[in-house]
Design a protein around this ligand. Structure first.
Ligand code: AMP
Ligand code: ZN
Length: 472
């Protein structure tokens, strides 16, 4: 089936064709680690995770890179006028390196709790300063950037395609918001590639001076290039990243290489809370901890954040969380019922009953996901399936096919609970048997058990005398 994705660059749904057949190179703008990721950030990251999962479900070999912005934003939040990481460091009286390290660790813990698939690399901006300087130097050499004192700016007038992604025209940007009007710039829309400030806490010595630090946009251009190459398939972020961040990334990367940067630009709409913008003053900038403090599981949050279409605004309320928890109960009930039907304990007498319906729903699920990741339509098929299971319209063969379909759904969405107590008990029994075989030095038996479990998708790891297991 053809996968169609909405491309913010062309403003239409397009058939997805990777640069290299069977492989996808994807870059996701990651968190700025001056604080814990809030549920809005998590929505954007879950959109990227869903995209990665679906591409893998469809057989692509995906190389996913998500950066960690551990140097503060410089011009991105010009309306707030300060570098958030630095501001936080001053407020807490802490070293910014320490703050970003703590929040990076917290970010990974949140990703694990929410069932994210691990990216190939999570590059940190602070570890890519030479790569950024290489691009800055190259842009100066090519006449796309200029130096003023110890600062370096990108010259937007030198890149005629500037504005193509966001629709902003350079001439309209004169007095517009979110750009710094500075005397030293040739044009107000010119943006910093490299800045210098003796007061900055995180800074690097270079031929531009001793107190330099990168502009936010160059970080992503340099890290994408280092870990994915000059030309990538997909670049994602939240809708606020379109301008200036991604517009500037395109300008820098394409001016530097002279070739296209990313083929598909994809953006998640903002999450709202109680119908409005999340804000500190309203006290509704929620994190995973707040959600757990309200008695919900990470799984309930994952479901809430992916259940709407990523290009539709999503409104977070405690009611929708409760509704998600109820929906997941129904899906758990579906799994239990299908297992009972498959075992012949209930369901239609005719084993083949409902087989066609299951095939149709499975095809409908794929059609929806292939249509620009229409998760709400995809999820609807699961509730239809449950209605049929409840009404005893499915036979044992159809239930087995449905369970296979659900294994694919889990692979794509990561919200189901397919753990099976009976299977778990069997695995535990084999692990105990293997431990005994090892005591008896019966290595052939021990290896045979490991291989048997592996064939069932279960990996054993011997850690300090204890054997733990996980699903592949
Ligand atoms: P930041 O940590 O501020 O750099 O943001 C990380 C990512 O979260 C970026 O891709 C933003 O576009 C995205 N983001 C920020 N706020 C929201 C929100 N309310 N809803 C969805 N995505 C958001
Ligand atoms: Zn970025």
């Amino acid at each position: 089936m053809t996968l169609r994705l909405y491309n913010s660059l062309t403003k239409q749904k397009e058939t997805f064709t990777p640069i290299e057949p069977g492989r996808v190179r994807m870059y996701n703008c990651g968190p700025t680690v001056y604080g814990r990721a809030h549920i809005g950030n998590l929505r954007s990251f879950l959109f990227a995770d869903t995209l990665r999962r679906w591409l893998e479900h469809e057989g692509y070999d995906v190389r996913q890179v998500m950066n960690i912005t551990d140097v503060g934003h410089i011009l991105a939040d010009a309306d707030e006028g300060e570098d958030k990481l630095e501001a936080q460091a001053k407020k807490e009286g802490k070293d910014p390196w320490k703050i970003s390290a703590e929040h990076t660790a917290q970010f990974f813990a949140d990703l694990r709790a929410l069932g994210f698939r691990e990216a190939a690399v999570y590059p940190k901006a602070t570890e890519h300063i030479p790569e950024m300087l290489e691009m800055v130097d190259g842009l100066v050499a090519k006449g796309h950037a200029y130096r003023t004192g110890d600062n370096v700016y990108f010259d937007v007038a030198s890149f005629p395609r500037y504005g193509r992604l966001s629709g902003n025209k350079v001439e309209d940007l004169e007095a517009g918001a979110r750009i710094d009007v500075l005397e030293e710039k040739r044009h107000p829309a010119d943006f910093a590639l490299w800045k210098s400030d003796a007061k900055h806490l995180m800074k690097w010595d270079s031929h531009y001076g001793p107190h330099g630090f990168p502009g936010w946009h160059i970080e992503c251009s340099a890290m994408a290039r280092k870990h994915l190459g000059d030309h990538i398939d997909i670049h994602t972020g939240g809708e606020d990243n379109i301008f200036p961040h991604h517009e500037c990334e395109i300008a820098q990367s394409e001016a530097f290489t002279g070739a296209p940067f990313a083929n598909y630009w994809m953006h998640a709409k903002f999450l709202q809370v109680d119908g409005g913008k999340m804000s500190k003053s309203l006290g509704n900038v929620y994190t995973l901890s707040d959600v757990e403090a309200h008695g919900f599981r990470p799984r309930d949050l994952r479901f809430t954040l992916i259940r709407g279409h990523y290009r539709q605004p999503l409104n977070f309320t405690w009611d929708i969380m409760a509704d998600s928890a109820r929906a997941l109960e129904k899906l758990d009930d579906l799994v239990t019922r299908l297992r009972r039907i498959a075992a012949g304990e209930e369901g239609a007498a005719d084993a083949g009953a409902g087989a066609e319906l299951v095939a149709e729903l499975s095809a409908e699920f794929s059609r929806a996901m292939n249509d620009d990741l229409n998760v709400p339509a995809a999820l609807a098929t699961l509730f239809t399936l449950r209605d049929h299971a409840v009404q005893e319209r499915l036979g044992a063969d159809a239930a087995r096919a449905a369970l296979e379909f659900l294994a694919g759904v889990q692979d794509a969405l990561g919200v189901l609970d397919l753990a099976d107590a009976a299977v778990d008990a069997d695995v535990e029994r084999l692990i105990a048997e293997r431990a005994q075989a090892r005591v008896d030095k019966d290595w052939a038996r021990s290896d045979a058990i490991r291989d048997e479990l592996l064939a069932r998708g279960i990996v054993l790891e011997d850690k300090g005398g204890v054997t733990v297991w996980r699903r592949k």
